[in-house]
Design a protein around this ligand. Structure first.
Ligand SMILES: Cc1ncc(COP(=O)(O)O)c(C=O)c1O
Length: 434
């Protein structure tokens, strides 16, 4: 029982009576960093206010979607107008077509998309489609990548390379993950060996191209190049899970970042969420028209949803995509994010604290360690205790970072140079204290 009777603590105690752990998604409970979660009362632009009226500069942005900050006027207006016209019809709307066209316009690998309501649903459906289209069952994922909580994806590596994974969650029968092979991120040798053994049975390889669920770890260009080659050689589909990176790291998403280094590069399937909904429940998966023909009602792969393409969510997503497609948007967002990351790096260097940082577009990561990790084990070997002290020292100074060392951070277009400077100043103090 908490002895702190602040409003946040009171709410957290009350929440735990009616909601398991007091939260509707585990990371919100602050288990990784300890302490009392802040109950957010409202948000505007780059700021959030908790139930006690305390203000924070927000670097989680609802875990990625809020690329324009909170309550952007054009988005708010679009949502209000859509809500007045009706919340949900269970019948097609013009706005779904517009949103699909807008996604396709910016991502050349996609000819058709299907809209769904969450990243979990999109990733799960993409795998079903890949299996249906190839007639194969097996899939590869990488340790440290998260693709939502569908059964077949809650897996950790088996005891050896050629063995399949074990469930990471109770309630997932081993038979359900028996087709999922888990490999080390950025390990070309392991990838080649897995394809040599299982290539003919692989439906797909799913990857976060810039992994945001182990903080911020880029797939190396040689790794992505080899992945593309091996998928082509063996007839497996390459699935980019861009739920986090999609329209966040660039207008063309992470695949456009890799296409700069590997001309002509494209994944086969892509999964989106977060930014394309602008903060509303909306996600999507897409690929070529030929592969999409496998999907119901055209083909044998079943997939459906009562609220898919919801009219209010599509209004929110469409208004968001129209704002971020304006000239200069990503240049400005990238510059803000770089100035934040450089400022944090400099503050750590001045304090003599081992620190490594990276960013792309409006997404960033930092580690308490001397160099950027390349895989999950290396992320977990960074200094967790120092991260936790830093997190709380920053929170006390009004800066809301992700409450776990294995999560990425997000900057929005609403963050000003002053916000960044205030954050860096807070970091200077926090690093001295932590
Ligand atoms: C890369 C990635 N894929 C899938 C998901 C699942 O999305 P959702 O939480 O909307 O189900 C997430 C969520 O954070 C994610 O980061």
């Amino acid at each position: 029982m908490s002895t702190d009777f602040s409003r946040n603590a009171q709410l957290f105690e009350r929440a735990q009576a009616s909601i398991p752990g007091g939260v509707n998604s585990p990371v919100r409970a602050f288990r990784a960093v300890g302490g009392t979660p802040r109950f957010i009362a409202r948000a505007d632009g780059a700021y959030m206010w908790d139930a006690e009226g305390r203000q924070y500069i927000d670097y989680i942005g609802s875990w990625g979607p809020m690329i324009l900050g909170h309550g952007h006027p054009a988005v708010l207006e679009a949502v209000l107008r859509a809500a007045r016209d009706g919340f949900s019809f269970g019948a097609p709307t013009e706005r779904e077509v517009e949103l699909a066209e807008e996604i396709i316009r910016h991502v050349p690998s996609i000819e058709q998309v299907r809209l769904v309501s969450s990243g979990t649903e999109a990733a799960m459906s993409a795998i079903r489609l890949a299996r249906g289209a190839t007639g194969r069952s097996k899939l590869i994922k990488f340790e440290g990548c998260y693709h939502g909580h569908a059964d077949a994806l809650l897996v950790k590596a088996g005891s050896g390379l050629a063995t399949f994974g074990h469930p990471t969650s109770a309630g997932v029968p081993p038979e359900v993950v028996q087709h999922t092979l888990v490999l080390r991120y950025n390990d070309i040798e392991q990838l080649e060996a897995a394809f040599a053994t299982h290539g003919a049975d692989l439906a797909c390889v799913m990857i976060e191209p810039i992994a945001g669920n182990m903080n911020f770890v880029r797939a190396s260009v040689p790794f992505v190049k080899r992945l593309r080659e091996l998928c082509d050689q063996h007839g497996a589909l390459l699935v980019f899970d861009e739920v986090m990176t999609g329209f966040r790291v660039a207008l063309g998403s992470a695949q456009s970042v890799y296409a700069r280094a590997l001309p002509g590069f494209q994944p086969d399937l892509s999964v989106f969420g977060k930014v394309i909904g602008g903060g509303m429940p909306l996600a999507a998966f897409g690929t070529t028209r030929k592969i999409m023909q496998n999907l119901a009602p055209l083909g044998p792969v079943y997939q459906a949803g009562t609220l898919s393409g919801n009219p209010v969510a599509t209004a929110c997503g469409l208004a968001t995509l129209r704002e971020i497609a304006k000239p200069g948007f990503y240049e400005a967002l990238g510059a803000s994010t770089r100035s934040l990351v450089q400022g944090l790096q400099q503050a750590a260097d001045e304090a003599g604290v081992p620190f490594a940082s990276d960013c792309e577009g409006g997404m960033f990561g930092f580690f308490f360690g001397p160099r950027l990790p390349q895989n999950y084990d290396e992320v977990m070997a960074t200094d967790k205790e120092r991260f936790n002290r830093f997190f709380h020292a920053m929170l006390d100074r009004g800066v809301y970072l992700a409450p776990a060392l294995y999560e990425a951070g997000f900057v929005s277009s609403a963050h000003t140079a002053q916000d960044i400077a205030a954050t860096v100043q807070a970091a200077r103090e926090a690093l001295r204290a932590a």
